[in-house]
Write a protein that binds this ligand. Structure first.
Ligand code: ZN
Length: 521
């Protein structure tokens, strides 16, 4: 059937299109590189036209809902956040920086805390905070919903054995977005200007958040999320109980957070590139309260580098990666505004679940432990060997931190951005103090005002080293792992876990009644 497309609006995601990164991460401007970019750009544009024209898209709606209240912090003196002028040359296609120095070998940056005794007591930052104006622009970003003029509910099949280039992932997402129980959003662009998408499935109030492929070499997260969501939609057409669950729950996901990193691994035939295209490890780049905090008594984590590289560089400043910013806004929308119940970040370092966070309250840590315990039981049920392990907490004041789940947890705890320190902190009478200063967070702290009481989050490490990357062997291992560990039912577990037992019983009863009716008919 031929459908007239009408005129497509051009999205204007202004801050994400800025040349911000180009100032700090000087791209090699040799002719070869420029020519290649033009060529790739032309090819992508062509593909996009082919792709969109076959998708019955009538128009792209600009979704300008005001979802953020500006941080309440007032003007604080001495807020000039210095920027590091970089002499690093990192190219997105030559990629790969060989001379990464450990940060301990460079001069550690002392920050002004306004209280030397506190510095001596608590330590110092090892990474510059996020520029406050950049933070405000990050919070101003809008999600652009992709509107179809025809909705479909064709069955979708994600093939775990197949290599999906990012363009294939995009096509799959467009197909998914066409389903009448799903909504697709363009959230922004990566540093190499690939679109990053969010999807929503279901219409309930209980939000479950998922992300995958934050690390470029860990593609199983993308595959498992797309497989899981599409199968769920397929099932919901026949299985009344699943259909009812999706009326009570909304699953929101960014299946591929780091498309550039993904493509680098595929293009180079490697399985070691965790970072984004600029050599930033996104999971160290979030301006969480504990990001780059080095306690006076801790040794700095020896894995942290001061230069861009494949895995261990947290950025010149926190939040300087565009992918990080997209997630920051996305977290804020669902965790703070929509009171999300849980968030699982899919990684791929081998059957471990990490959880709990030193910088949150005991209450939240206990809830998180229960949550993780359910996930572990699910995977380890009747299993004698090759069990999932409980990785516990990995957060120390050792200069690390800055992971997405830490930032997410901070938001739930009601922490707000500090203009002075460039990371989240506890708002004490309009002076925002980061974790280094307030230390352990307790319910008794008079300034503790959680934004989301029940939120829990964990990092789910899929598979083993054999499944990393994108070659055929890795994909086959990922497929085997998916079925062996029952990933096809993990979303059902998460949905049931977010609903109260009596609600579940009620839905099961309704499903049976409806089934009976169908049978009688
Ligand atoms: Zn990872």
């Amino acid at each position: 059937m031929f459908v007239n497309l009408g005129k497509k609006k051009i999205l204007n995601n202004y801050f994400l299109q800025e040349e911000y990164m180009r100032d700090k991460y000087i791209i090699k401007k040799d002719l070869n590189h420029i020519f290649k970019n033009i060529l790739i750009g032309t090819m992508c544009f062509g593909t996009l036209i082919i792709m969109t024209s076959s998708r019955h898209i009538k128009k792209l709606k600009i979704y300008n809902e005001e979802v953020i209240t500006k941080p309440i912090e007032q003007v604080i003196e001495n807020s000039s956040s210095s920027t590091v002028s970089s002499d690093i040359v990192s190219s997105s296609d030559s990629v790969i920086v060989s001379s990464a120095l450990p940060i301990s070998s460079m001069e550690e940056k002392k920050y002004y805390f306004g209280n030397d005794a506190l510095i001596e007591q608590y330590g110092r930052f090892t990474v510059m905070g996020m520029n406050y104006d950049d933070y405000l622009r990050t919070m101003d970003n809008s999600f652009n919903e992709i509107i179809y003029d025809i909705e479909m509910d064709n069955d979708l099949n994600y093939d775990l054995k197949k290599l999906y280039r990012y363009i294939d992932i995009e096509k799959f997402l467009y197909d998914l977005g066409e389903n009448n129980n799903a909504r697709l959003y363009k959230l922004g662009e990566s540093s190499e200007k690939r679109n990053i998408y969010g999807i929503e499935v279901g219409t309930g109030k209980n939000v479950i958040m998922l992300t995958g492929n934050l690390h470029g070499n860990e593609g199983a997260g993308t595959a498992y999320i797309l497989k899981g969501i599409s199968e769920l939609l397929n099932k919901s057409k026949k299985d009344v109980y699943i259909k009812l669950l999706l009326e009570n729950v909304k699953i929101v996901a960014i299946p591929c957070v780091n498309p550039d990193g993904r493509e680098i691994n595929i293009n180079k035939g490697i399985n070691t590139w965790k970072a984004n295209a600029l050599g930033i490890n996104l999971n160290g780049n979030f301006p969480s309260s504990e990001a780059g905090c080095l306690s006076y008594k801790e040794k700095i984590d020896s894995n942290i580098s001061s230069n861009p590289n494949a895995a261990t560089f947290p950025g010149y400043t926190l939040g300087d990666a565009l992918e990080t910013r997209i997630l920051m806004k996305w977290y804020n929308e669902y965790i703070v505004n929509q009171n999300a119940r849980c968030y699982v970040d899919y990684h791929q370092q081998g059957r471990v679940v990490y959880c709990t966070n030193f910088y949150t309250t005991d209450d939240r840590n206990n809830n998180t432990l229960n949550f993780v315990s359910d996930i572990l039981s699910f995977f380890n049920n009747n299993r004698i060997s090759n069990k999932f392990a409980n990785g516990g907490t990995t957060t120390k004041m050792d200069g690390s931190g800055g992971g997405g789940t830490y930032y997410a947890s901070n938001l739930a705890d009601g922490l707000v951005m500090s203009k002075q320190y460039g990371r989240l902190g506890l708002n004490k009478n309009n002076l925002v103090q980061p974790a280094l200063l307030f230390g352990k967070l307790t319910e008794n702290n008079e300034f503790y005002k959680p934004a989301n009481k029940s939120f829990v989050t964990c990092t789910l490490e899929i598979g083993t080293g054999d499944s990393l990357g994108y070659d055929q062997k890795a994909l086959l291992n990922q497929e085997q792992e998916y079925y062996e560990y029952g990933y096809e039912n993990i979303l059902k577990l998460l949905m049931e876990r977010t609903l109260a037992a009596d609600v579940i019983n009620d839905l099961k009863n309704q499903a049976n009644i409806t089934n009976n009716k169908v049978l009688i008919k």
